[in-house]
Ligand binder design. Structure first.
Ligand code: GLP
Length: 244
């Protein structure tokens, strides 16, 4: 769906999230959200905070699972995705802390496999992800599923692409400070979500959006595997759609 701007595209997703939260509230059930970081979903989170503040939308029955975390960063590190989520959403709504899940960036090497399996199990125990939010990296990554990530990949430790590390250099005040590894949900984990929204704005995303939507699905562009999902929508602005 092509929107005039990021605002409208973000509002549309916020409305869907509000609807499922309210629907589940009526029956005393939880809504399970898969969340993304990066600059792209910030407007969406701002809108959800506004709904909480102005419309009394409660997040007490919301369970969240974030896509990824930098390996080696603690949740207190200013560039960790846990910190980002606290600042951009969790600290501003009434979500119980125990309901929020972000992969543990400090888990010891020998415990990574068990920790990733436990993350997958927690998603399943919550009933699976109802709505998954995604951004997209210029390598075609979703979460941190870099080129080479297959459609059956699950939550695991990955090595970051050099383009991804270059794109993150500004946040870390230099490429040399950007972590080399991350823990990410797999493409298969993402494809298990009941509904997926990928958001993208701006000219810099135009090429990768066209590849993800129009190329034959390939692990060179992991986002292209979303084509096989039965309920996936790309909400983009005019610039990000300009090469379609
Ligand atoms: C990081 C995140 C991705 C995100 C991407 C794009 O690599 N791991 O989840 O989609 O950045 O970031 P931005 O939204 O700032 O363009």
């Amino acid at each position: 769906v092509i929107y005039d701007g990021a605002e409208g595209a973000s509002m549309a997703v916020a409305n869907e999230i509000r609807d499922i939260i309210k629907e589940r509230q009526k029956s005393g059930k939880n809504a399970v959200l898969g969340l993304a970081t990066g600059s792209t979903p910030v407007r969406l989170y701002r809108e959800l905070i506004r709904m909480h503040r102005d419309e009394g939308l409660s997040f007490a029955n919301v369970i969240t699972f974030n896509l990824d975390e930098y390996y080696g960063l603690s949740g207190d590190h200013p560039e960790s995705y846990r910190r980002f989520m606290q600042d951009q959403l969790f600290d501003h709504v009434d979500i119980p802390e125990a309901n929020t899940h972000v992969p543990d960036g400090l888990v010891a090497r020998e415990e990574v496999f068990a920790s990733c399996s436990a993350y997958e199990e927690a998603i399943n125990a919550a009933g699976g992800i109802d709505i998954q939010i995604l951004g997209i990296g210029r390598t075609g990554h979703i979460g941190f599923n870099e080129p080479g990530s297959g459609p059956d990949s699950r939550t695991r430790l990955v090595t970051l692409d050099s383009l991804t590390r270059r794109d993150a250099a500004r946040d870390f005040l230099g490429e040399q400070n950007v972590p080399r590894h991350a823990i990410t949900m797999g493409v298969g984990t993402i494809l298990d979500a009941k509904k997926v929204f990928l958001l993208a704005w701006g000219e810099a995303k135009a090429e990768v959006i066209a590849q993800a939507v129009e190329e034959t699905p390939t692990d060179i562009i992991p986002a292209s595997f979303l084509q096989s999902h039965a309920n996936c929508v790309f909400n983009v602005d005019r610039s990000a759609a300009s090469q379609l």
